[in-house]
Design a protein around this ligand. Structure first.
Ligand code: TRP
Ligand code: SF4
Length: 336
């Protein structure tokens, strides 16, 4: 039996952090065993936000590839590729853009939230919203359909983008005849990962993240500054681990000593400094296999390049078959 295809994407705008890992990427490692898996490094999409910062996007592409390989994405099981090297995605984006109204894009809840955030940053003028940015859900629909992705592993925040993709597919198939596959979201049960500061979301730009590539000194510094139960002043004050980020990360990385951490904290038998030191040791241990693989790939950039080239070639073959079918349906296949 042929494996089902799943496709997911990630914007290259920096290194992966624990939020990416536990929120999404860990799941991909499992999925690659069962599915024909495509992972897109979405540099074109990253440029919709960072068109004036091409260096950042460029430098993040290979860094992200190394992150993904280091956590266990296996190039023999998953196809890792670069979006801008698949021109068929750009072609599909143009064709699909006729099938989406501007009003519908402006109503997309994910886009709406992002526009709101931009207005907070740049003021009310709205001038910072480009055509490309408003249209990135169309380009994301092209990402998914180019590879005939049936399942799309994403977080909840991406559901409106998937809904928009389904609408485009539906409309395309209605007008031009059944050509495209309607994708479904494949929600991971892991939810959002909280930040070191207790914020509901760990985010690059929020300054509350532990990156998979952080060195030991950085991990130490970050964990020493993590938010604990503010009511706990003295070593022997009993505290509430449920509002403590140190406890949260002990749990997240699967500290097998977790019951003791909890009971000692509640009983006032554990100081926060010692508790943080234990977490630092466990965190470094947890990240060690990842950082060892990273060292290997950093020493052999030619291997990373080859993986990306091979993945992109394979992805391109699939996308070129799709574009053939699409052009045929749209009656713009002139000479065959
Ligand atoms: N929009 C996604 C994000 O910001 C990244 C992405 C690009 C994506 N193309 C995709 C996700 C295709 C799923 C499918 O995280
Ligand atoms: Fe948090 Fe540990 Fe301090 Fe309890 S003892 S508040 S779990 S850091």
């Amino acid at each position: 039996m042929q494996k089902q295809t799943i496709l997911t994407g990630i914007r290259p705008t920096g290194h992966l952090h624990l939020g990416h890992y536990f929120g999404a990427c860990q799941n991909w490692i499992k999925l690659q065993e069962k599915f024909d898996t495509y992972i897109e490094i979405a540099d074109v999409q990253a440029l919709t936000d960072n068109f004036n910062n091409p260096e950042k996007v460029r430098n993040s592409v290979k860094a992200l590839a190394i992150d993904l390989l280091s956590i266990g994405i296996d190039p023999n099981k998953a196809t890792l590729f670069i979006q801008s090297m698949i021109p068929e995605i750009a072609e599909l984006t143009v064709f699909y853009s006729n099938l989406v109204t501007i009003a519908r894009l402006e109503r997309n809840p994910t886009v709406k939230t992002e526009i709101k955030q931009k207005k907070e940053l740049f003021g009310e003028s709205g001038e910072s919203i480009t055509y490309g940015f408003l249209g990135y859900p169309v380009s994301q629909a092209a990402d998914i359909t180019a590879f005939k992705g049936k399942l799309v592993p994403v977080g909840e925040d991406q559901l409106p983008l998937l809904e928009q993709c389904r609408e485009i597919v539906h409309k395309f198939n209605n007008i031009y005849g059944k050509t495209l596959i309607e994708p479904e979201a494949y929600l991971s049960n892991s939810s959002r990962i909280k930040g070191l500061d207790g914020n509901e979301k760990m985010g690059k730009s929020l300054g509350n993240a532990i990156f998979l590539a952080d060195d030991e000194a950085t991990i130490k510094k970050k964990i020493m500054g993590a938010v604990t139960d503010p009511e706990k002043i003295k070593i022997d004050d009993p505290a509430n681990p449920d509002i403590c980020m140190v406890y949260y990360y002990h749990k997240l990385i699967g500290n097998d000593n977790i019951k003791t951490v909890c009971s000692e904290c509640k009983a006032g038998k554990r100081g926060c400094v010692a508790c943080k030191k234990e977490l630092i040791t466990k965190m470094i241990e947890f990240l060690k296999p990842i950082s060892e693989k990273r060292k290997y790939y950093e020493k052999h950039p030619e291997i990373v390049d080859q993986i990306l080239k091979d993945g992109t070639n394979k992805a391109r073959q699939v996308a070129s078959q799709t574009i053939k079918e699409v052009k045929q349906s749209m009656k713009i296949n002139y000479f065959n």
